[in-house]
Design a protein around this ligand. Structure first.
Ligand SMILES: [Mg+2]
Length: 289
């Protein structure tokens, strides 16, 4: 039994209770409550998100990888600035938002706390307006550095929290006091994860020197394929771009790598998807027999 089904069982128990077929005294049993608590805790301990979330919430190595990415990004911006003649188009960088500069750690921890083991869109949509977002290590310094050099920062994201999606995203950028947090520099795609139109639009007026993202789709739409090997081969094809025009940030919880495993970015939390995840994790396992 998984944590989610335990929660459902508790809910159906309460429904039955409210319908009058069970008395309160037959349910409120301290021993039973302890057992239920223990089962829930045991389920939480087996949540497949644990390692990924614990890593991004606690590992100094996560922070070091972020700094490494932004340090490299600074070098590339410096080089572009040195090459740049004043008469040319202004310089710009484009960055994805979620899991590239924003860290949604309390959202993922909440899922685990609730016994949920897959991305939950409804909870995400409730979490976003709460403004509980923080920045990944190095993001603020890098964006401020671009601002200092006069390199414009364009933000692009695909989110959908209804008609207020754009305002939520803009408010978060402003709440974190990031440079260029205005309507001219923020693009939000509600219906598609294809960020190509935003890149093309900026290229018309600026020299786009750098792209930052946690998902290969942030760099090229080519990577929007569901075949793991094909996606990997495309990445190898473009290997010279990483650390050059493309700066990749670490994200072990979500993205199109998930889509390549399941065929969709936000798979439903079912026994079938859990088996698919197990198969992905044990692919090529050592057969010690
Ligand atoms: Mg992202």
């Amino acid at each position: 039994m998984n944590c989610k089904s335990l929660k459902m069982n508790r809910r159906s128990l309460l429904t039955t209770m409210l319908a009058g077929s069970l008395t309160t005294s037959s349910i409120v049993n301290p021993h039973e409550t302890d057992l239920e608590k223990e089962s829930n805790h045991s389920c939480q301990q087996r949540n497949p998100l644990l390692w990924a979330v614990a890593w991004s919430n606690t590992a100094a190595e996560f922070g070091a990888l972020c700094h490494q990415a932004f340090n490299l990004a600074k070098v590339k911006v410096d080089q572009a600035k040195q090459r740049h003649a004043e008469s040319r188009r202004p310089l710009a960088v484009m960055t994805d938002i979620d899991n590239t500069i924003f860290h949604a750690s309390s959202y993922w921890s909440h899922l685990i706390d609730q016994g949920i083991d897959f991305f939950d869109d409804a909870i995400w949509d409730r979490w976003i307006p709460e403004n509980l977002i923080s920045l990944v290590p190095g993001a603020r310094e890098f964006l401020a550095y671009c601002n200092e050099l006069g390199v414009e920062v364009f933000y692009v994201t695909n989110r959908n929290q209804g008609p207020e999606t754009y305002d939520y995203a803009l408010r978060q950028l402003q709440y974190l006091e990031l440079p260029y947090a205005d309507r001219e520099h923020l693009t939000v795609f509600r219906d598609s994860s294809d960020k190509t139109p935003a890149r093309e639009r900026v290229k018309k007026s600026h020299e786009l020197v750098l792209l930052l993202g946690d998902n290969l789709n942030d760099f090229k739409r080519d990577y929007y394929v569901t075949n793991i090997e094909q996606r990997f081969a495309l990445m190898e094809r473009d290997k010279q771009e990483f650390g050059d025009r493309f700066i990749v940030l670490p994200n072990p919880t979500d993205g199109h790598w998930v889509r390549a495993i399941f065929g969709e970015s936000e798979p439903a939390p079912t026994e079938e998807t859990r088996s698919t995840l197990l198969a992905a994790a044990t692919k090529g396992a050592w057969d010690n027999n």
